[in-house]
Design a protein around this ligand. Structure first.
Ligand code: NAP
Length: 255
């Protein structure tokens, strides 16, 4: 039986990268489902604005997950806010485009610091608390690029591929503690990250059109599409899923 511990009090979730895009949409969706949500990210203004809008069921705690102990502080902030922890949405991430043969190692390290090590640190901090509390659900946001090859995306893809591998092994290791670990693998999603990528292409409009044309469902994802899959994996409806990765890519990786 793998469910989060039963109690009458509202469930509590941490969402990293809650200050924009997929994390913001996921925070709104969890809040609408009755979760108490600890929002975290680096932008104080965007984080506090979202917490204000959501009201008493949400709190913002600013943190840069590349800093040591940040994950512990975020987890402590969730406990101080809501007294328990049921769900971690490990979503914070940065994009990277560059030729693999010439990307400086320090740039590679910076991508891994956020996408991989920040994710691992949050899994460790939140997982430790969940183990003590009797269970929980962790959802890692990876990428379609964890599973397919695309030129100039090697560094980003490797940072997300590591998180996919982490998802599988941590799921097996933490199953005896009633902690489920799953992933969502978004395809192109209409967020600031996507808009920046489009803007960086030589012909932005053509790039946006060609992306949509290459997706079986004919459009890029909305952040809410990804949030819905996260919501499912976080919930007891997914009680028998662990170590799984759900592609949320309009059929891109199936084609
Ligand atoms: N958009 C896509 O097409 C797409 C596709 C596949 C996967 N993804 C993944 O989905 C996740 C969310 O992406 P998004 O598109 O929603 O991007 P986004 O709008 O740029 O949001 C990224 C979030 O991560 C936070 N973040 C970045 N570095 C951080 C750090 N060092 N410490 C703490 N927080 C940090 C940002 O916080 P601040 O802004 O406050 O610094 C922001 O809230 C990422 O992991 C991304 O790789 C996105």
């Amino acid at each position: 039986m793998t469910t989060t511990p039963q109690t009458s009090s509202p469930r509590v979730a941490i969402v990293t990268g809650a200050t924009s895009g997929i994390g913001e949409a996921t925070s709104r969706a969890l809040h609408a489902e009755g979760y108490r949500v600890l929002l975290t990210g680096r932008s104080q203004s965007r984080g506090e604005a979202l917490a204000r809008e959501l009201g008493s069921g949400a709190r913002f705690y600013p943190a840069d997950l590349t800093e040591s102990d940040a994950a512990t502080h975020v987890t402590e902030a969730a406990l101080a806010f809501a007294g328990r922890l049921d769900v971690l949405v490990n979503n914070a991430g940065i994009d990277h485009t560059g030729d693999i043969l010439s990307t400086p190692m320090e740039e590679i390290r910076a991508v891994f610091e956020t996408n991989t090590f920040g994710t691992m640190a949050m899994l460790q901090a939140a997982g430790t608390v969940m183990k003590i509390l009797g269970g929980g659900s962790i959802v890692n946001v990876t990428s379609r690029l964890a599973s397919i090859g695309v030129p100039t995306m090697s560094v980003y893809a490797a940072s997300k591929g590591a998180v996919l591998a982490l998802t599988r092994s941590a799921a097996v290791e933490l199953a005896p503690h009633n902690i489920r670990v799953n992933a969502v693998a978004p395809g192109m999603t209409r967020t600031a990250l996507f808009d920046e990528w489009v803007a960086a292409q030589p012909d932005s409009e053509a790039a946006a059109r060609s992306v949509a044309a290459g997706i079986p469902l004919g459009r890029v994802a909305k952040p809410e599409d990804v949030a819905n899959a996260v919501l499912f994996l976080a919930s007891d409806r997914a009680a028998y899923l662990t170590g799984a990765s759900i592609p949320v890519d309009g059929g891109y990786t199936a084609a």
